[in-house]
Design a protein. Structure first.
Length: 209
């Protein structure tokens, strides 16, 4: 196994660097003698979370140096956005990437609920990392519209997506790989969390690097 110089895990929305997937990959890499960096993409301010703010966290961490990115859900979308702007990124491993993130808000909440959120300014969201409700500013909805929904990057990449995913349907990844044939998609028998497929994902991705 030939590992890249830097390995970075990007957690999902309302998640944390201590998530189950982050711990799984950290422990597996550590057993091989490698360190997985797991930044807090919220920079300690979940309420004012934005796509641009999270990309700034990645920029500050890597500072233009080569790295392999592992991204889960929104972290997968962020990995694709970052790689599309940084050719020094070496490889991507995307876990149920949340392409079309801005559109997701409209489909999930509907116009009426989004309008209520806009008027109130904040929305209570369950934060899985903190295991409690946290406020999220409406700015993330408006700001996310400026970013391309399906970033195109040239680096080699693998996508693993659960066939039972009800949060980000696998059809989103299937449509992506049709437009980007250098990206490989492996469906797995799991849901959005991919908890039941982590060992399979490791065996079919990292062990072949």
């Amino acid at each position: 196994m030939k590992m890249p110089k830097r390995l970075v895990y990007l957690h999902g929305f309302a998640s944390a660097p201590t998530s189950r997937k982050a711990r799984f990959f950290s422990e597996r890499f550590l057993a091989q003698g490698y360190t997985l960096e797991t930044p807090d993409l919220t920079a300690g301010d979940f309420e004012h979370l934005t796509i641009g703010g999270q990309l700034a966290v990645i920029e500050q961490l890597l500072q233009g140096h080569p790295a392999t990115l592992i991204g889960s859900s929104m972290g997968g979308y962020l990995a694709a956005l970052y790689a599309s702007r940084h050719p020094e990124v070496e490889r991507l491993l995307l876990l149920a990437p949340a392409f079309g993130f801005a559109q997701h808000w409209a489909e999930t909440f509907g116009h009426g609920a989004l309008e209520l959120w806009r008027k109130s300014g904040v929305l209570p969201v369950y934060h899985y990392g903190d295991q409690r409700l946290r406020h999220l500013n409406y700015k993330i909805v408006e700001e996310s519209r400026q970013w391309e929904p399906a970033p195109a990057f040239a680096q080699p990449a693998q996508i693993f997506h659960g066939t039972q995913d009800s949060v980000v349907p696998i059809s989103i990844s299937q449509a992506y790989v049709k437009r980007h044939p250098h990206v490989a998609l492996t469906p797995v028998d799991s849901d959005h969390e991919l908890g039941s497929a982590l060992t399979e994902i490791w065996d079919k991705s990292v062990n072949s690097w």
